[in-house]
Design a protein around this ligand. Structure first.
Ligand code: ARG
Length: 400
């Protein structure tokens, strides 16, 4: 039986269609939904809706549920529609009428917002830690390889001298910027939507400060209509930050695919990172880097879905918003997986100093030669033209 069900049963196909993937997706939200429910019942006791005994039992059961979930023993049943229903059924099954009181003063509309927001905060904390850790490792990689040269490329052709350290620090600096973006988004979303009900407030003297403090939100999301309208907006902001991380790691992976081409052999991937070919026995392929690279496009697609789903809806809740969960959760998971895989790749990455020394061919110094002439007083354009003669195809000095 559904939470909202009062009369006839629903057409089975329509029921399955409207439930969609919720039982699977909400499974991951259960601990956060329970955390919010604990805050909610504590607040309900404070305003006299629940007595101390009822509150104690509800909190004990919710903690049991969290433990059952973490040991893999709590599963939302397909006919339970969603995690919110599964939690209420669990409490009612255990505590009877006391369980039936748990939904007092809330709607699934603010319940889902709250659970998703807690999940987002926790995942953003993980992403910030992973991105910071990767940035730190890149800096260590740079220091460990300080002094080793690397040709800088433009148009995939050798351009000017660079260094392995500066290459690594380019991605260190990029990830540090991404962490700043994540922090900004974390602050933005750190608002408690619980207590906004279906989107128009709740005619009970709810104490929203209590639930805000109990759940660790920094402030109350005051306007109930904005609470609903923020669904999709906050989520696309989050995925945009993930996309920035994936943008940087896409380029990092592309660099590594290039630097590890056997013909160049600037860097070596650890043998445990490469994959083989089913037909060509000699192949050692950088599949991991290709998938890191491709994840950017995957998450760009999820972000696009998130931007589209809530657009053009009038203010307030619509079932369309249910579809925001999957791209959000997939996007966050992809970003976390990519950060973790990148860390493993970096741990096994080594530099082939001999090949890099050999790769530092003289044409990389063309700009330096121009600047030497400039320093001796020659106008830049004249110096440029003079030096460019060296690199004419028919000049025997060209490849010296
Ligand atoms: N699964 C729903 C969602 O994610 C939960 C909220 C349902 N609310 C409703 N009014 N039908 O949006």
């Amino acid at each position: 039986m559904k939470l909202w069900q009062t009369a006839d049963s629903m057409d089975a196909r329509i029921e399955a269609f409207t439930i969609g993937n919720d039982p699977v997706l909400d499974q991951e939200l259960i601990p956060f939904d329970c955390q919010a429910t604990i805050a909610h019942v504590t607040m309900l006791e404070g305003i006299g809706i629940l007595d101390a005994g009822e509150t104690k039992k509800l909190i004990a059961s919710l903690n049991d549920l969290i433990n059952l979930h973490s040991s893999g023993q709590f599963h939302i049943q397909p006919d339970q529609e969603d995690g919110h229903s599964a939690i209420e059924e669990f409490l009612t099954g255990r505590l009877g009428d006391t369980g039936k009181k748990v939904h007092t003063g809330r709607s699934r509309n603010d319940q889902v917002l709250t659970a998703v927001r807690l999940f987002e905060k926790s995942t953003l904390e993980q992403l910030m830690a992973l991105a910071d850790g990767l940035a730190e490792s890149l800096s260590l990689f740079g220091s460990a390889n300080a002094g080793i040269p690397l040709p800088g490329y433009t148009h995939t052709r050798k351009a000017m001298p660079f260094s392995v350290r500066d290459w690594a620090m380019a991605f260190h600096d990029a990830l540090k910027d991404d962490v700043k973006l994540l922090k900004g988004t974390y602050e933005l979303i750190d608002q408690n939507p619980l207590g906004t009900g279906a989107g128009y407030g709740v005619p009970l003297p709810l104490n929203r400060q209590v639930t805000t403090d109990l759940m660790g939100f920094s402030r109350i999301l005051e306007n109930p209509m904005y609470a609903q309208n923020s669904r999709g907006k906050f989520e696309s902001r989050i995925l945009n930050d993930c996309l920035m991380i994936l943008y940087d790691l896409n380029k990092w992976a592309s660099d590594l695919i290039f630097y590890t081409i056997p013909d160049l052999g600037y860097f070596n991937l650890d043998p445990s990172m490469v994959t083989g070919s089913s037909i060509m026995p000699h192949k050692k392929n950088p599949d991991v880097l290709e998938l890191i690279r491709a994840s950017y496009h995957l998450v760009a697609g999820y972000e696009y879905q998130l931007k589209m789903i809530p657009a053009n809806l009038i203010s307030g809740y619509h079932r369309d918003l249910q579809y925001s969960k999957e791209p959000l959760m997939r996007g966050l998971k992809t970003c976390r997986d990519v950060l973790e895989a990148s860390q493993v790749v970096l741990n096994g990455l080594s530099v082939n100093q001999d090949n890099l020394n050999k790769a530092m061919t003289p044409e990389l110094l063309s700009v330096q030669k121009v600047m030497e002439l400039v320093n001796s007083g020659m106008p830049f354009r004249d110096a440029y033209r003079q030096i460019s003669q060296i690199y004419k195809p028919d000049n025997p000095e060209a490849d010296s």
